[in-house]
Design a protein around this ligand. Structure first.
Ligand code: M6R
Length: 608
């Protein structure tokens, strides 16, 4: 959360920084700001509340010259989104931008206040600038002042300093939050990720945990947490910047929903043999015949991918799976016994709680593996094996294509586990894989229901509460449908296992509460339909999402029925994720909310 950028350039850097911040706005959009050192070597800054466009407008009227600068887009943690709380924070000759939380800021602040320092904001970040200024006051050089400051900070952070009088110096540090250095021709860049720097350079060095770096236009000096010079590999990271554009769609979310058949086909190419008839999974994956249990840990949508996968691993492979949300798992001190494979699922690969849970399992589980979208992320780099989901850059805060790509990779892993454990013959595996290969075509057919779903969603937009029901592997899809709807339309929504309804939530049912039921014609269909009838008997307004046979058998009396193509029940959760996403998207559009950047949220949750 929060995006940071730093540039030592040849030209005016403000426009460059604003553009790079645009690529980081997915990390937060409560306020934005930049600071530069100008030709007279003076430090100055501009800050604006709300989205980046407000900062751009401010800079039109009040430009900020300078060829050295830092910038920030904020997701507020300490203090409301106001101009004074916006970064860069400045104290005397020091400006700093920061992502993360300084956990000991109260002690530091009290200490500094006792020494007569004044504070003007409610943020933890201001403490960093004031502390650095104190060291400068004692006569330390900017480099030594930064080193002393960084050493006194506890918590998880990435930060970048800029100093008055220094137009060829940036000092940055990483502890718990990612940070990348970009190498240009006589220019140097700092960014929260490589996407921010993509059009500027493809030569990237990722800082390791605890590293800090002193940058000039012609030198990059990296130190590890012990202050020793460290060599960090420079990699070529090519990011197709067209994937960071909306490509004719009204929103990134719409584009990302539409991309699913293509990106899943790409993922299948990677994980299936060239004729598509056998699995081509990494050799480093464990032999699941030797595995006793699996632990799967994630947050939000990625957690629902794990919940879905639990059905697959248990039913197909007979492998016990424990699934937990990372924020609970990390502090529960769960026993991790020998024979355990620990799996961490994350789109960004930077989610603080998931990363902490991974670190908890490292050294305890037999294998620590991750299923990630961002291949260079911390979670990927700290796993023994990282399986990329190959969804491409996902910008919309509401996760869509990453979810179905996570499901696809986990489904293939479950097939491998079933095969390893002798629960699936070669013939049965071939039949399953034939169904998997047909998935992109099925997803295209699901997308064809877009107009119909948009019509229904205009009515859903009037609701105050919406319930989602599913059974078996469609239960996590009900949870995901509810999460998607609430996060972008702000309508209160809950997902339930349909069998749970009569244990409480049925009390909510009346004609004003739409109930969305995901029920393909599978082995559990009749059970789900009975629960649906219980809703309709109480005048509940049911939107049934099913297949042709399901519609024929249970469509009568529903408020609306949306028909999906017939699919192997094993793959139904992946297919039914699309109507869940489209319902949320079109409802949010009908309500006029900010689809890609919903209030209070950020794409990458790097604080706990
Ligand atoms: O990057 P991650 O997959 O680890 O993120 C986990 C959640 O923060 C994320 O899925 C969140 O719930 C999405 N906004 C849901 O659409």
């Amino acid at each position: 959360m929060c995006g940071i950028v730093g540039v030592l350039g040849h030209h005016e850097v403000s426009p460059m920084i604003v553009e790079a911040l645009g690529r980081l706005e997915y990390r937060g959009y409560d306020s934005a700001g930049i600071a530069t050192v100008n030709a007279a070597r003076q430090l100055d800054r501009r800050r604006a509340v709300g989205k980046l466009v407000n900062l751009s407008d401010l800079l039109v009227h009040d430009p900020l010259p300078g060829k050295a600068g830092i910038g920030h887009t904020r997701w507020a943690t300490h203090g409301a989104p106001t101009v004074s709380n916006a970064h860069p924070h400045k104290s005397g000759p020091v400006a700093v931008v920061h992502n993360g939380i300084i956990e000991n800021f109260r002690e530091l602040r009290a200490d500094l206040a006792a020494k007569g320092k004044e504070f003007f904001t409610e943020t933890d970040t201001e403490t960093i600038a004031v502390l650095a200024e104190t060291f400068l006051d004692q006569g330390l050089s900017p480099r030594d002042a930064a080193e002393q400051t960084i050493a006194r900070l506890h918590g998880a952070f990435a930060l970048c300093f800029l100093f008055d009088g220094q137009d060829d110096l940036l000092i940055c540090a990483r502890k718990g939050s990612p940070l990348a250095i970009g190498h240009g021709e006589g220019e140097v860049f700092v960014g929260s990720d490589a996407i921010a720097l993509a059009p500027l350079t493809d030569r990237i060095t990722y800082l390791n945990e605890g590293d800090w770096a002193v940058l000039t236009r012609n030198s990059v000096e990296i130190m590890d947490s012990q202050g020793r010079r460290a060599n960090r590999e420079m990699r070529i990271v090519q990011i197709d910047t067209s994937r960071i554009e909306k490509g004719g769609h009204r929103h990134f979310m719409a584009k990302e929903i539409a991309e699913q058949p293509t990106v899943i086909a790409e993922a299948l190419q990677n994980y299936l043999s060239s004729d598509g008839k056998s699995l081509n999974m990494p050799a480093a994956l464990p032999d699941f015949a030797k595995v006793d249990r699996m632990v799967m840990v994630a947050c939000g949508t990625a957690f629902y991918a794990c919940l879905t996968a639990k059905y697959w691993f248990e039913q197909l492979a007979g492998l016990p799976v424990e699934v937990d949300v990372a924020s609970e798992y990390r502090y529960r001190e769960p026993p991790v016994t020998k024979g355990t494979v620990a799996v961490f699922v994350s789109q960004s690969g930077e989610t603080a709680d998931t990363l902490a849970a991974l670190r908890y399992c490292t050294g305890k589980a037999d294998t620590v593996l991750s299923v990630v979208n961002v291949a260079e992320s911390s979670i990927a780099r700290e796993s023994a094996l990282a399986l990329p989901i190959l969804a491409g850059v996902e910008i919309g805060v509401a996760s869509t294509k990453a979810f179905t790509c996570q499901l696809t990779v986990l489904a293939l892993m479950a097939l491998k586990a079933a095969s390893d454990r002798g629960r699936l013959s070669d013939g049965e595996l071939a039949t399953r894989l034939a169904a998997v290969r047909a998935l992109p075509g099925m997803l295209n057919q699901a997308l064809d229901r877009g107009t119909e779903i948009a019509d229904i969603s205009r009515r859903l937009a009037e609701a105050r509460d919406v319930l989602f029901l599913g059974r078996g592997p469609l239960y996590p899809i009900a949870l995901e449908g509810a999460l998607k709807l609430k996060e972008i339309s702000y309508i209160h929504a809950e997902g339930y296992a349909s069998g749970e309804l009569k244990h409480g939530p049925i009390a909510l049912i009346d004609r004003d509460v739409p109930v969305i039921v995901f029920a393909p014609r599978d082995a559990l269909f009749d059970k789900t339909v009975s629960n649906m009838q219980e809703v309709m008997a109480r005048q509940g307004k049911v939107l049934l999402v099913t297949d042709a046979l399901g519609a024929e058998q249970a469509g009568e009396g529903t408020w609306k029925t949306v028909t999906m193509p017939d699919i192997d029940p094993f793959l139904a959760p992946i297919l039914y994720a699309l109507p869940a996403q489209m319902i949320a998207y079109h409802t949010a559009v009908a309500k006029g909310t900010d689809v890609d950047q919903p209030r209070n949220l950020a794409k990458s949750v790097t604080v706990e």
